[in-house]
Design a protein. Sequence first.
Length: 286
Amino acid sequence: MELWEQKIERLKETAVPWAGFCVVLLGDIQYGTKDTDVSALKDIVSWGVERDAWWLNLGDNLDIASPSNRGILRAAGFYDSVEDALRTRVEDLQEELHEILAPTKGRWLGVVEGHHWYPFEDGTTTDTRLARFLGAPFLGNCGIVRVKAWNPAAGKWGFLRIWCAHGQGSGVTVGSPLNLLHRLSAHFEADVFAIGHYSRLACTAYDRLYDSGKNIHSRTKVLVVSGAYTRGYTLGRIGANRPEGSYVEKRLLPPTTIGSSVLFVEPYRDRTFGCLFRVQVMLRPA
């Protein structure tokens, strides 16, 4: 588990009139498959850059090497020439993804490790190399990002805590990932709990009550699931010279939701808790 603190020195009021900031959750791009919606990916990059957004990556950036695939590759004992060909292909795909995400460099709160990544001989992975390229902290499997920003309503610095991980398990209902986050939120103190993995857009919020000795006060916890950028069902998809569906279609899984969840963060002053940030979530389907 990793802890990272990001200080936001300046808020661009022309982009966000209420002197707050926004964070785009970007995950499950799975770049490198014929089903990746590159147009939608470029669109969210342009949209976020126009708004001076911050970004948080939730893993599965390349459609390369699931955990079972990595086990098979290790056991296969390929010749060096085959290993070199695989590595070159992965590096080419990563360079293409870097080019698309280049406008966002220096605006990242973190990169978490997903299920799909490729290990290099020097100990780096496609995820760690992406983090290095973007100028982002690599948060491993799970992290808490403390965003330190000036709160003009309170006249002091405040913190927004975002717990994040790629995600785990399966679930066909819309509420499955939210149920997972609700259970996890009982064990960590954070304002926002975010995961990817499920390739859908979803969010909810609930209040936790606190006893101040004289009254009962509430704090709102936001649970959010990022979208995806690889389509599960594609009309006219061809494989091996015949109609062939993607992994999602073959397993009759729900269609993926293309797009991102966006956090809009607004500072305010609370009489009990002091300098706080109100979080609104926009589900932005492509």
